[in-house]
Design a binder for this molecule. Sequence first.
Ligand code: CA
Length: 235
Amino acid sequence: MANAEKQNAELIWPPPDEREFENPSLIVEYAEKNAKKGDPNDVLKAADYYGWNLGKLRSIAIGDVKGKFVDEVVQDVNPTVALECGAWFGYSAVRIARLMKPGSCFYSLEIDPICAKLTERLVKHAGLSDKVKVVLSDAHEVIPQLRDKYKIEKIDLALLDNGCKHYKGNLIEMLDAGLLQKGSVVLSDNVLYPAANDYREFVQSHKRFESTLFDTHLQYTPNVRDGMEKSTYLG
Ligand code: CA
């Protein structure tokens, strides 16, 4: 069987919870052991090496291919406040926060205490602890409280990566809280795999969003199509 066919045959459909894809503590341990302390690029390099070469299952990070697209968006938006729903083990926190300007803050909302701890570890190894705040909470609960609890007036950039079934609800919660304003950009991962059809329909038909698809492949898995939706709020 050709390699690509073999990988496809090994894919589980419907996909399990993304947390089952790979034990994230193995990736964090690998990065701590192999990446230079205080060097976020080296931390990402180690995590990507793990994802491509050492992972028995797909890694749950956004990976380097979608990561380059995210880098471009971060540089373009130049956020003061960025936020993600779903930290996993901190790959995207490191990826995004390393490009954010001094005085900016990246909030990483994570519901699982183990993943929150792993994220803090990876962020610390990357030397980004002063810029990243890990919030151990259900995104649905904390988004409506961000204004009062964390004094957030506007989210310049949001990444939705906490499981596709939550995206639409989280987006509506951000809108209801008035946290998305003109120029705010929302990225959402895995919109083609496992797929976020209700979210894409909502955001693409919403008159206040301009939405495009970055059509690519699943992290570290070139034979599985996946994409990231980029949605700009028009105000
Ligand atoms: Ca993801």
